[in-house]
Design a protein around this ligand. Structure first.
Ligand code: MD6
Ligand code: FE
Length: 198
């Protein structure tokens, strides 16, 4: 994995958080449900960009152009994030989806691959804001050994090339490790290209 610790400095984190609050005001965080079982995930989710990643009991994992509760199009991806994508990632087209995950308390994310996109040539870039998250990343097989990284507010992670389909997840959040969010917890924003460009 390509790890850029503190790539987003504190003033930019504050600006990004303000943009994120506007996104959430328009597209509220919702509780995603696992395919088939319908069990709720522990994170809260929303999106910005032309496409957003959603999941529910009936239709499972997918990208769609509208918020599942409001039915409205997702708000645009903040310019700061589009700039970051072009600065950090070497790819010919802009991202189409920015998934916003919010972790409070004991929320976590199981080991998974990001594989609902058409275009695996495009990297996936993530930015963390708020409390530290313990990120676990392995290889392309679930059985491969994993490494842990403590992702702090402002850290950027890129999964590209042979790592694009690496298994990864969040073991837990370390409460009280950042004062960026008054309410505590952690946001992670993942930028993805969904369709093949052209
Ligand atoms: C998280 N991140 O950090 C979850 N996916 O909360 C991801 O699932 C992720 O950080 C693809 C690429 C980078 C990531
Ligand atoms: Fe992921």
């Amino acid at each position: 994995m390509n790890y850029f610790p503190q790539r987003v400095e504190r003033p930019a984190q504050i600006a990004l958080l303000a943009a994120l609050r506007e996104v959430i005001a328009e597209a509220p965080l919702f509780i995603p449900a696992m395919p088939r079982s319908g069990n709720p995930m522990s994170v809260r989710m929303t999106n910005c960009g032309p496409l957003g990643w959603v999941t529910d009991k009936e239709s499972g994992y997918r990208y769609q152009a509208t918020h599942p509760k409001t039915g409205e199009p997702w708000p645009p991806i903040p310019n700061m994030l589009l700039d970051l994508w072009h600065e950090v990632v070497n790819y010919k087209a802009p991202p189409e989806a920015c998934l916003v995950n919010y972790y409070a308390g004991s929320a976590k994310m199981g080991l998974h691959q990001d594989k609902d996109e058409e275009d695996f040539d495009a990297p996936v870039l993530s930015v963390s804001l708020g409390d530290t998250g313990i990120f676990r990343v392995g290889g392309r097989s679930r059985q491969d050994p994993t490494q842990k990284y403590a992702l702090k507010s402002g850290d950027v992670v890129v999964l590209a090339g042979t790592d694009r389909l690496a298994y990864h997840g969040i073991d837990r959040i370390l409460a009280g490790t950042s004062d960026l969010l008054p309410e505590g917890g952690r946001f992670n924003l993942t930028l993805r290209r969904v369709t093949k460009p052209e």
